[in-house]
Design a protein around this ligand. Structure first.
Ligand SMILES: [Zn+2]
Length: 99
């Protein structure tokens, strides 16, 4: 078992060394946060509320350090404004791509 080595921490405070238990726990927590954000957004998609799906995604992802600057958020906003995410199906496909 290894823990984060302080000397080589990056911007996130994580050392990103494979097998580091601190990093693994952080990534697992981030993954769970992202999955719950996707689930919540999909509930709005299912209800046909596409703008609310977007707002929900932005709101949820902005509340976790690991997803706050997710590059997908900018792309999603651009695509939505440009009218490319105008169907429930396109939203489902798009949200599924978030990692
Ligand atoms: Zn680490």
């Amino acid at each position: 078992m290894m823990n984060c080595r302080p000397g080589i921490r990056g911007w996130s405070g994580l050392c990103r060394t494979p097998g580091c238990v601190t990093c693994d726990a952080w990534h697992e927590e981030r993954r769970q946060w992202l999955e719950s954000a996707k689930t919540r957004a999909l509930e709005f998609v299912d209800a046909g509320e596409l703008a609310l799906a977007y707002k929900s995604l932005v709101s949820d992802l902005s509340q976790h350090a690991g997803t706050r600057e997710h590059p997908g958020l900018f792309l999603t906003g651009e695509l939505f404004i440009a009218g490319h995410l105008n169907t429930e199906e396109s939203w489902r496909e798009h949200i599924a791509g978030y990692q």
